[in-house]
Write a protein that binds this ligand. Structure first.
Ligand SMILES: [Zn+2]
Length: 110
């Protein structure tokens, strides 16, 4: 999978994955963003996430310019599944064989 589709954090398989309601792993989101079938911060907007992640990037890379970090995130984050309403369509369109679990855990608007 590669990275969290909410915050963009790189993920490896295992503990860093979020969890669905039934306790299974959710391969789209990391454990910080998604637990027990719900986002940990359901009211967060993509702008909030950009600000938050830009700050983290700047903390880790003091030489980075804030506008560069923000620019990168503004390009990257809005295309992630959590923020992009057309994500599934675009994925279907571009490439898709990848996986059968694609629709698991996506109905979080209950
Ligand atoms: Zn995440």
């Amino acid at each position: 999978m590669g990275f969290c589709n909410s915050c963009g954090k790189p993920m490896s398989r295992g503990d860093e994955l979020g969890t669905n309601k039934d306790g299974s792993k959710n391969e789209y989101y990391c454990s910080e963003c998604y637990q027990n079938g719900e986002f940990t911060e359901p009211n967060l907007t993509v702008q909030d996430m950009i600000v938050k992640k830009a700050k983290e990037m700047l903390d880790k890379n003091p030489d980075l310019r804030e506008e560069d970090a923000t620019g990168l995130l503004m390009y990257f984050l809005p295309n992630l599944k959590r923020w992009n309403p057309n994500f599934d369509e675009e994925v279907n369109h571009h490439q898709s064989k990848e996986r059968g679990y694609r629709n698991k855990g996506t109905n979080f608007d209950e």
